[in-house]
Design a protein around this ligand. Sequence first.
Ligand code: GDD
Ligand code: MN
Length: 375
Amino acid sequence: MPTPPSDALRCPPPVLSVVVPTFNEVDNVAELVARVAGALAGTDWELIFVDDDSPDGTADRARAIAATDRRVRVLQRIGRRGLSSACIEGMLASSAAYLAVMDGDLQHDAALLPQMLAALAEDDLDIVVGSRYVADGGLGDWAARRRSMSRLAGGLGRRLIKADLQDPMSGFFILRAEAFRTRVRRLSGVGFKLLLDLFASDGTPLRFREIPYRFGLRQAGASKLDNAVLWEYLLMLLQKLVGPVVPVRFIAFSLIGGLGVGVHLAVLWALFKGLGTSFLVGQAAATLVAMTSNFFLNNLLTYRDMRLRGRALLWGWASFVAACSIGALANVGIATYLFRAESFWLLSAFAGILVGAVWNYAVTAVYTWRRPRAA
Ligand code: GDD
Ligand code: MN
């Protein structure tokens, strides 16, 4: 039986874990560690990089630092992407009492960490947020379009949460591990906005304070915030509105399905009315085109974080078409059955569509996007 370590050998966890999500930040990691170490001299800390298998070798570079400094750890995720989910997993890998989240591109000011930690510990708060919108905060060099987008998205977000948070979009904050762990199961984990997710998940309101900081310039690498990130943000807001019962991917899937009806009708119209094909040919071609466009849209948007590429795309498409064909049969079957049983025609149609949609969603979630990864 292994003997437990004697007291002299015990090594308790650090007080603070700084969780840093990274994707292609190879030229920033060393400087980040140096800045965090400089800022937190006197505090027992660790830094956890959560890297989504960056092609530029960020994880290896970070591990090289970790090999000489046990305060640095690396969590490498393979086959997945996502800023929020990376932060969540990094925090779950920590045993510290306090958890900080900051970007890996030096845009967040590490020098603020001691002040944030002190506020959290001394003033009985759950979370302290680095804010760009309170006095003395600032947006740095952001272009006008990004500024207004940020304000718009922030406005939408503020409406959703009950707290009067000036910068719910901030990616720079520090919180009590306990406050995180009591909420973690209710987080949607989608997209970029973990802070908003934390505030919007119900439970006792978070006791918070905002501390101003200026968003720094990015030194190396490029921002990953693009239109798809905005889409994910909207999905997260939707998820918070409809509640945890309806999965947000189902909402996205259904929205795209609705769009597919438009695609179908357009193709049918072009072939049948425009080119004068038979109705059967037009309908069959329209079905195939709509299924294909739905597949690609879902791959790009609904399952962005587990997007299929290369050969997997072909298998994905085939399984998607197979699943949706059965879904279509179920749809027609149920609708016809109800209609024959004297239900109102519109109601019968909707029942068929709902059954088909749930079937398509459930089956493709398992077979198209959840396949074990091919080697
Ligand atoms: N692990 C992982 N996975 N990390 C990611 C991913 C991902 O899919 N996408 C981005 N990151 C990392 C980046 O490497 C960087 O360290 C950090 O997350 C922020 O990404 P940026 O692409 O630099 O985002 P930004 O500067 O446009 O926006 C940031 O600042 C805003 C203002 O505070 C984000 O933190 C926003 O959430 C924040 O609102
Ligand atoms: Mn950045």
